[in-house]
Design a protein around this ligand. Structure first.
Ligand SMILES: [Mn+2]
Length: 193
């Protein structure tokens, strides 16, 4: 079973290092963990916080999402903190679960009513009551995770062709809706079997 995905990131104009990071990992047969993390502020210190969160997720990818986020919250205490979207896909059962803390967006192109939301908070500073959302999607649905350096206006743009390969979709979204005033990251997954 294969999933196709694509991703693109770009640093804020004038910065050489992005404080965003992303990660897509098939950690077991048909089980994927996907995250976009935006370190607070920008540059090297923001990137350090974001990478630390990803390290925690990489070490324990099979843990329940709230446990992973609590561990990352602890790990980030000595950093500037980060906001995060954390998605698990179980391809065999076409199940998705998601927790968002702070300003990471998720858009799902589906006939199902899949509209995950995030709660305000910052990993490392203030963890909200963690709200894990569970969905059943239709194989072939497109999941997009993005940082706040990407305008959510793209979700209203009918000219974005979601039949394109995920990498092309990610590049199109960044090119048309990426802000130069912030680090910007887009991850696109096609769940077709
Ligand atoms: Mn940002």
């Amino acid at each position: 079973m294969n999933i196709t995905w694509g991703a693109i990131g770009r640093a804020k104009q004038g910065q050489s290092v992005s404080g965003d990071t992303y990660f897509v990992n098939e950690y077991a047969e048909g089980k994927l963990l996907v995250t976009v993390v935006d370190g607070l502020g920008g540059g090297v210190e923001a990137a350090r916080a974001a990478h630390l969160a990803v390290e925690v997720f990489q070490q324990t990818p099979a843990l329940p999402l709230p446990d992973m986020l609590r561990q990352a919250h602890t790990a980030l205490h000595s950093t500037r903190g980060a906001v995060v979207g954390l998605l698990r896909l179980e391809l065999t059962q076409a199940k998705a679960s998601y927790i968002g803390v702070g300003n990471i967006g998720i858009q799902v192109y589906s006939r199902q009513p899949i509209k995950p939301i995030s709660k305000n908070g910052i990993l490392g500073f203030r963890l909200p009551t963690l709200l894990e959302l569970h969905y059943t999607y239709d194989p072939g649905d497109i999941f997009v995770l993005y940082s706040d350096g990407v305008s959510q206006q793209f979700t209203q743009d009918p000219t974005i062709d979601i039949r394109q390969p995920p990498q092309a979709i990610a590049e199109r979204i960044l090119a048309s809706y990426g802000k130069f005033s912030d680090d910007a990251t887009v991850v696109v997954l096609n769940t077709a079997k």
